[in-house]
Design a protein around this ligand. Sequence first.
Ligand code: PHE
Length: 346
Amino acid sequence: RTAASLAAIAAADTLDALEALRIDALGKQGWISELLKTLGKMTPDERQEQAPAIQAARADVAEALAARKRALEDAELEMRLSAETLDLTLPAPETPRGSVHPVSQVMDELAEIFADLGFAVKTGPEIEDEWHNFTALNMPESHPARAMHDTFYFPDHDNQGRRMLLRTHTSPVQIRTMVAEGAPVRIIAPGRVYRSDSDATHTPMFHQIEGLVIDRGIHLGHLKWTLETFLKAFFERDDIVLRLRPSYFPFTEPSVEVDVGFALDNGRRVLGGSGDAPGHAWMELLGSGMVNARVLEMSGLDPDEWQGFAFGVGVDRLAMLKYGMDDLRAFFDGDIRWLQHYGFSA
Ligand code: PHE
């Protein structure tokens, strides 16, 4: 019986067949198990005579089962390995890779350019209170400029009774910086701003970069030089020409709107040259001015000692000009094809 069993085990060609043989021999009612049970009813002499053979049969069968099991498993692994060959010389499949969004890219570039000019980067909250967003910027309650901002208000007020809102510009970071750190100041403040407005050139959320310099003896010449230097570095051209136009912002006095000369190249605006030159025109680029003395006072600075300039510029606008993009809304659609078209995604 043992010999027949060992032969069957050696010939088993699947793990299932082998398991059936194991149950047949060593299972609860297997023939070896039945033999072992008979030992209990034997006299000591009989047992001494028969037990060794039965135990040996059990050991042989168990060992044969284990050996065959290993062999079958090895063979199965061998087959799987040879079926699943991997050609390491094949090119890897294309996997999509992320990339820096043009807005982030421009913000990074601006932070670098201004770092070279000694400006630190500051941030402020996007959920602001009306004091920082308006009042301290010389736009008291009922100031008409407040209405021009199409503000998103929250229904609740803060614990000082101030209305909460989504900041309409990065200018509140001017206030926060002066209040927290005093003077002198040399910062830029990039970030998201919100206005209830939407068409091809306006989105309800967009990006600005604020600049603020406060020191002794600061004048408009410093502002003009700073803007020229930054725009030349950003657009990588030395022929950037600016035109400063008198304007009005409640928080700057005097206020200047800054235009930049450009030419059209296949419908695309290319900055450079005077807007008055043939084939050229002016385009409004940013708002700026000398910080209003009232704003300095409300931020705790003495306007007789400290002067400064500030500017605010649309980051998305700068990105569109630099990369020739024409629809602002596409910036925030998250369409990878659009990013790829402008070289922003692998
Ligand atoms: N905060 C102004 C705006 O959003 C821009 C600005 C900033 C103007 C700083 C002057 C000085 O339109």
